[in-house]
Write a protein that binds this ligand. Structure first.
Ligand code: ARG
Length: 457
């Protein structure tokens, strides 16, 4: 018999059960569910619904249920519909009728809304804690390659030289914002919904303040509207978005590493432990983990868009559609927890090949610097851009490097060119000039790294 079987004359159809039951996936909420119930029992004492002794009995029973889950000895029964019913069923088996008093004034609606918030809080804190070592690894690699110059790209075409440290640090800042996004999802889960009942609130004298702040649940606040409290899962969507954004950033880093580890580039080498071979081609060294990083981002985004679509247009109050929050969120968190340790180790063990980076530099990447040279001598930038472009074209036509164009030829394009023009063709000088805050100059990157380290403390 289900917990709500009273008004039905026949048990549920098996196929309905297979669709309706959430226990197969929500059983991992057992800790949250039991912690919430222990605290709720104490609130029932204060409300005069149960005696202290009964609450103690309930607590001891729940501790045993918890121990069974922890030891993986909890025996599921066919009538267990979800984690809430399973825990209550077992509690009643252990302590008898008193177990049936626990649900007084409570609904599975405020219960699951509480469980999910507790879970989000714990797991999203875990995500942030796993982002930190990745950020640290990026900073350490960046610090080791502050001076190494590599091609910078826009449209994946060679654009301007940058330092490798600058490239690596760009991902640090993306992840820094991701951590804020994770924090936001936690903040939105920081309100306790328990005491909302099914939708209208509780008629019992439940002290929601005590439930929230002063209990071991330690919420920062309590929800102000019972209908809102049980019927929204925006904090789950926030979490899914934060995880998607992390995935998107990781997928970009992965794509860079896939390209830069290709022998045509050879800028980086993945450690053997994080490269994979081919069953057929003996020479292969494949970046499988990077491709999974990229590929799994698809499912993170899928979980987000799927769940947003679930939420859209739901009418007031609790709707069973909300049960869909779990598989989406669990999957995204599990996926991220698999990705983060691997990418962290990959960055930590990544070998950068400064010689290959330098060899890939092409003087055309200094065309902007050539224009800047003319600007310094008084030419408006628009015109300087044009003159520099013509120099690039001329060098291309002659099949020589930009720096190999005779000064006489350059002077035909503009008489502002002089013997000091040759100083432009220096990649290190080019990056060193970009030393304003946020620029790629080694000095600016050192400051960036200092700021990053301060933030990581
Ligand atoms: N398993 C349900 C969920 O995840 C719990 C709440 C059930 N409430 C209800 N009225 N059927 O949303």
């Amino acid at each position: 018999m289900t917990l709500w079987g009273g008004r039905f004359s026949e048990p549920s159809d098996d196929d309905l059960r297979a669709l309706n039951d959430s226990l197969p996936y929500d059983k991992r909420l057992y800790r949250e569910d039991i912690r919430g119930s222990i605290v709720y029992a104490l609130a029932l004492v204060k409300a005069g619904v149960i005696t202290k002794a009964e609450a103690q009995q309930i607590e001891q029973g729940l501790e045993q249920v918890l121990a069974e889950f922890e030891a993986d000895t909890f025996a599921l029964k066919p009538e267990d519909e979800d984690i809430h019913t399973a825990v209550e069923r077992r509690l009643t088996e252990i302590i008898g009728e008193t177990g049936g008093k626990l649900h007084t004034g409570r609904s599975r609606n405020d219960q699951i809304a509480t469980d999910m918030r507790l879970w989000v809080r714990r797991e999203m804190v875990g995500i942030n804690n796993r982002l930190l070592p990745l950020q640290e690894a990026l900073v350490e690699q960046a610090a080791a390659h502050v001076e190494d110059v590599m091609p910078g790209y826009t449209h994946m075409q060679p654009a301007q030289p940058v330092t490798a440290g600058h490239w690596l640090m760009s991902y640090f800042w993306m992840l820094q914002r991701d951590r804020t996004r994770v924090d936001v999802s936690i903040i939105h889960a920081e309100e306790l919904p328990l005491g909302s009942g099914a939708l209208a609130g509780t008629p019992l004298d439940i002290d929601r303040m005590v439930l929230g702040f002063n209990s071991e649940l330690q919420f920062e606040g309590y929800t102000q509207n019972s209908l809102d409290a049980v019927s929204d899962r925006d904090f789950v969507a926030d979490s899914l978005y934060a995880l998607s954004m992390i995935g998107i950033h990781l997928s970009r880093l992965a794509e860079d590493l896939i390209i830069f580890s290709n022998p045509l580039f050879g800028f980086v080498t993945l450690d053997d432990r994080y490269s994979t071979g081919s069953s057929l081609m003996p020479q292969k060294r494949n970046p499988d983990p990077m491709e999974l990083m990229r590929g799994k981002t698809g499912r993170l985004i899928g979980n987000l868009t799927g769940f947003l679509t679930t939420l859209k247009g739901l009418p007031t109050g609790y709707n069973k559609d909300l049960q869909e929050d779990k598989e989406a969120l669990f999957d995204s968190v599990d996926t991220m927890n698999k990705l983060l340790p691997v990418i962290t180790a990959i960055i930590r063990t990544l070998r950068l090949n400064p010689d290959r980076m330098r060899a890939a530099l092409d003087e055309n990447m200094l065309a902007t610097d050539l224009a800047d040279y003319l600007v310094k001598k008084g030419m408006p930038f628009r015109q300087a851009h044009h003159v520099s472009g013509r120099a690039v074209r001329l060098a291309g036509e002659r099949g020589v490097k930009l720096s190999q164009l005779p000064l006489a030829d350059l002077r035909e394009l503009s008489d502002l060119f002089d013997s000091d023009t040759s100083a432009v063709f220096d990649f290190d000088a080019s990056v060193a000039r970009r030393r304003a805050i946020g620029g790629t100059a080694p000095d600016a990157v050192r400051e960036q790294i200092e700021e990053a380290r301060r933030l990581l403390e």
